[in-house]
Design a protein around this ligand. Structure first.
Ligand code: AMP
Length: 301
C-alpha cells in the first residue's frame, strides 16, 4: 500500500557531546520517508524554501521518494537547532524557525487522495488535519507529534487525534498528553482521544506497544555507536509504518514485527549525523540487523 506522509523537511543545526553539524538535512518527513521507502512506496507532502539544495532533492528522489507533493516557495526551509546532553537522552531545543511552514497550505495531489496509509509526521497538528481531510478513506492513519505541539497547540492536536489509529510518541510526550505517568494508564486515556494503538519510543530503552490489553516490549539495538540521535523517532516510525503498509495486516503479531523494524531503522539513523547512514543502507543490512534482534530477544519460556 502507498504511504502518504506530511511533515517537516528541514535544515538542522545539531550539537552533540562530541561534535556538531550545521545545515544538516533533517526534518520529520525526511527521515520518515527514507526509512519507510525501504518497505513500501512513499509520497511526501511538505514545503521547502529556495535555500533547499538540489543535491538534497536528488537524494530523496534517488531513494525513490515521490516528491509530487513537495512544494517549493520563496523563503527559507524549516530550521531546527538542538543540543544533546551528556546522557544522549535529554535534548534542548535552542531554536525552531517554521519559515516556509508558517503559511503552508498542504495540497495533496489528486492521484494520492485514495492513499490507504497516511502518516502524519511531526508538524503543526492543523497541517496534519489539513492533509487528512484531503484523503478519501485511509485504512491506517498514524501520527507523531512532540512536546511543543502538545503544549502550544493542544486543542488542535486533540481534534486531529480523533481521526488517528496509531500514535507514536516518546514516554514524556505520552505523560504530557494524557496527564498519566504510568504508561498503561496513559494508553487508556489516549485511546479515549482516538488512537487505539500507542507505540511509545523510549530511545536507548527500546519501545513499548500497547493496544487494549495487548502489550509488547522491544529493546533498543545494543551494538550501535551513537553519533547523533536526531531523527531516530521519525526513522522508527518509517520502519514501523513502512512494514505495516507492506504487510496489509494489522494483527498484533504483525505489529510486533513492525516495532522491531522500527527499532532497526532508528538504530541506523543514530550512527551518523543527518540521514548519512540511513540513506546508505540496503534492505539486506536491515534484514541482517532484524535477525540480530530476533536472536537477542529470543528465550525459551
Ligand atoms: P526526532 O529526533 O525523530 O524527534 O526528529 C528530529 C527532526 O525533527 C529534526 O530533523 C527536526 O528538523 C525536526 N523537528 C524538530 N522540531 C520540530 C517541530 N516542532 N516540527 C516539525 N519538525 C521538527
Amino acid at each position: 500500500m502507498n504511504i502518504l506522509t506530511v511533515g517537516s523537511v528541514a535544515y538542522d543545526e545539531v550539537i552533540t557531546p562530541f561534535d556538531r553539524r550545521e545545515r544538516a538535512l533533517g526534518g520529520s518527513a525526511t527521515f520518515f520517508s527514507i526509512a519507510a521507502r525501504h518497505f513500501a512506496p512513499v509520497s511526501l507532502v511538505a514545503v521547502v524554501g529556495n535555500d533547499f539544495n538540489l543535491a538534497d532533492e536528488q537524494l530523496l528522489e534517488h531513494k525513490g521518494v515521490d516528491l509530487a507533493g513537495l512544494e517549493k516557495v520563496d523563503g527559507k526551509c524549516f530550521f531546527w537547532k538542538g543540543e544533546y546532553l551528556a546522557n544522549w537522552n535529554d535534548r534542548i531545543t535552542h531554536d525552531t524557525q517554521l519559515n516556509v511552514f508558517e503559511h503552508f497550505k498542504p495540497k495533496v495531489p489528486h492521484t494520492l487522495r485514495d492513499s490507504e496509509v497516511v502518516f502524519l509526521g511531526n508538524i503543526h497538528p492543523s497541517l496534519q488535519l489539513d492533509v487528512l481531510n484531503q484523503v478519501d478513506k485511509p485504512k491506517v492513519v498514524a501520527l507523531d507529534t512532540m512536546n511543543l505541539w502538545i503544549k502550544e497547540t493542544r486543542a488542535d492536536l486533540i481534534e486531529t487525534l480523533k481521526h488517528v489509529d496509531f500514535l507514536l510518541i516518546n514516554d514524556s510526550e505520552a505523560a504530557m498528553l494524557s496527564g498519566q505517568r504510568q504508561l498503561i494508564e496513559a494508553a487508556k486515556t489516549i485511546a479515549e482521544m482516538g488512537p487505539k494503538t500507542l507505540c511509545i519510543k523510549q530511545g536507548e530503552h527500546g519501545a513499548l506497544l500497547i493496544r487494549g490489553e495487548e502489550i509488547f516490549m522491544a529493546p533498543a539495538y545494543p551494538k550501535c555507536t551513537v553519533v547523533d540521535p536526531t531523527g531516530a523517532g521519525d526513522s522508527f516510525a518509517g520502519g514501523f509504518i513502512g512494514y505495516l503498509a507492506a504487510q496489509n495486516d494489522l494483527s498484533f503479531d504483525t505489529l510486533k514485527k513492525a516495532v522491531i523494524y522500527g527499532s532497526v531503522m532508528g538504530s541506523f539513523t543514530v550512527e551518523s549525523f543527518s540521514v548519512d547512514r540511513l540513506a546508505s543502507i540496503t534492505r539486506d543490512d536491515i534484514e541482517a540487523r532484524y535477525r540480530e534482534f530476533v536472536t537477542y530477544t529470543h528465550f525459551e519460556a
